[in-house]
Design a binder for this molecule. Structure first.
Ligand code: NDP
Length: 251
């Protein structure tokens, strides 16, 4: 967590006045991030494929006294460019700007040797983990550009920085995520108000981690909620100097 200043603590209203869209907001890290952003004053837009989970997060935010969130049911494995452009057009009717975009939703895909990975599973991982974040960023860019300081955060992984056997399409999709982040950051950084970074959460106790490491005791790893100061920092104006960085939340 070296990039977060040692003495930095978020103010209660650190994200006040900001609207932040979180993908995969129904569970795991995305759920914790949405709750944390709302606790720090943001209006959050909850995008995910399981509406009941988004509604549960909505209820938790409202019960805590947070701003009423928006719910965007969307299966990123199925969404087309046209769907996401339509979503952005719909958002533009009620939003003057978008201050943050957390690309968090991902799937593990086949945990197999590349030689055994099915083409269909490969395409699905690329669609959810890479194509959809590219298309969604492009669609909402005009709204991001209306914000005084917008933050786009891609979610990476250690296997997106060093390839590892049997991580297949997931690892390759995370390398592509880093590439996407770097190109957006180089195109947008310095000329406008949108900054773009990637964050590797490290090992976190979520459904994805438990699926990837079934033999590991779940309490080996921190709960998502314990790490959220880093996500809040990256959505806050406090991190406005960061652009094009591949960051680590732990270690
Ligand atoms: P989870 O599987 O716990 O949560 C992922 C979320 O993404 C879920 O809410 C899921 O929806 C949603 N999602 C998955 N597919 C789609 C889709 N097609 N359309 C819309 N939403 C979708 O994962 P984590 O919280 O662990 O992971 C969050 C991010 O962190 C991912 O990008 C992951 O790669 C990364 N990461 C996680 C690590 C860890 O140790 N946990 C380590 C390194 C990186 P639903 O609930 O309906 O399934």
């Amino acid at each position: 967590m070296t990039f977060v200043p040692k003495d930095w603590l978020p103010q209660d209203d650190e994200l006040g006045g900001k609207t932040i869209l979180v993908t995969g907001a129904g569970d795991g890290i995305g759920r914790a991030a949405a709750l944390s952003f709302a606790r720090h004053g943001a209006e959050v837009l909850l995008l995910g494929r399981t509406e009941a989970k988004l509604e549960a997060v909505y209820d938790d935010i409202v019960a805590e006294g947070g701003q009423q969130p928006g719910i965007i049911p969307a299966d990123l494995a199925q969404t087309s460019h046209d769907d996401l452009m339509a979503l952005a057009a719909e958002l533009s009717k009620s939003l003057a700007k978008l201050d943050g975009l957390l690309h968090n939703a991902s799937i593990l895909g086949d945990r197999k040797a590349l030689a055994q990975t099915s083409a269909a599973k490969w395409h699905e991982s690329m669609q959810v983990n890479v194509n959809a974040p590219f298309m969604l960023t492009q669609a909402v860019l005009p709204l991001l550009e209306q914000a005084p300081m917008a933050s786009v955060l891609f979610t990476s992984s250690s296997v997106g920085r060093r390839g590892r056997a049997f991580w297949g399409s997931y690892a390759v999709s995370k390398f592509a995520t880093e590439g996407l982040m770097q190109v957006w950051a180089d195109e947008l950084g310095g000329i406008g108000s949108v900054r773009v970074n990637s964050l590797n959460p490290g090992a976190v106790n979520t459904a994805m981690r438990r699926a990837a490491y079934p033999a590991e005791p779940p309490d080996t790893n921190p709960e998502p909620a314990a790490l959220m100061a880093t996500w809040v920092y990256l959505m806050s104006d406090a991190s406005s100097g960061l652009n094009g960085q591949a960051l680590n939340a732990q270690g």
